[in-house]
Design a protein. Structure first.
Length: 250
């Protein structure tokens, strides 16, 4: 695998209504890094993620994933290499049962029978869902936290090298959020995480990129960047709650 599984250079994208979304973003991610992408609403974070497996195509600039340029001929490779976990799990869960949802991707790659079932079971166990309890559950009857974990299991079943999360903790109760943080910490893949939950970024990302109006404003170690009250407040963010309570921040 490339030492830089994600390379983005001078990326530009404009929405159909002519609103600029990305205005020259450059970003390189090293193998095994966990990178948080933060910024106010409308800063281009989610738009950036959708470029990483070809769901959106740049107007200008270069993207390289796993050493391959973002071209239609490489989409099959890229969409297996990069696993994208959407903010709303219902955008990913469309089969009648959990078993079928998690099996969908690897089944389309030709996995079947006992090997397929083993993959599904392993991925459910990885996200903390007991296969005996969840395999035959109907996906639409699950809680939001359970749906998010099933969606994640479906992505993990494709064995991606890079995991991309869009607002993974949005809408979760405290216990589900804590489970999710532990899971993200344990996953060995390279990770990119957009989030408004700066406390989660502190716990899961060693590096953070601040984006606003389609531009990279700051990029550095998470501890330093998220401790910079003036930087955060000047771009519509606040210190993480855990840092507000620390003695050095009063």
């Amino acid at each position: 695998m490339s030492h830089r599984p994600v390379v983005i250079e001078d990326l530009h994208y404009t929405y159909p209504d002519r609103t600029p979304a990305l205005r020259g973003i450059s970003l390189m991610v090293e193998t095994g890094q966990s990178v948080g992408i933060v910024g106010p609403n409308g800063s281009g974070k989610s738009t950036l993620l959708l470029h990483l497996n070809g769901l959106l195509l740049a107007e200008r600039g270069r993207i390289e994933i796993g050493g391959k340029p973002m071209l239609p001929a490489n989409f099959a490779f890229i969409r297996r290499f990069v696993g994208l976990v959407f903010q709303n799990p219902e955008d990913q869960l469309f089969m009648p049962t959990v078993r079928e949802d998690v099996a969908f991707g690897p089944q389309n790659l030709g996995l079947k029978g006992e090997l397929l079932l083993r993959r599904v079971r392993e991925c459910l166990e990885m996200v903390g869902l007991e296969p005996a309890r969840f395999l035959d559950r109907q996906s639409y009857n699950l809680s939001l936290g359970e749906k998010k974990r099933v969606a994640m299991a479906g992505v993990l079943a494709m064995e991606p090298e890079v995991l991309v999360f869009d607002e993974p903790s949005a809408g979760l109760d405290p216990r589900s959020r804590r489970r999710l943080i532990r899971l993200i910490q344990e996953l060995p893949q390279t990770k990119l995480i957009t989030t408004h939950d700066l406390d989660m970024a502190l716990e899961t990302c060693e590096r953070t990129v601040l984006v606003e109006r389609g531009l990279v404003i700051a990029d550095g170690p998470t501890d330093g960047l998220l401790n910079d009250r003036i930087l955060l407040e000047s771009h519509g963010l606040e210190l993480p709650l855990s840092l507000m309570r620390s003695p050095q921040n009063g």
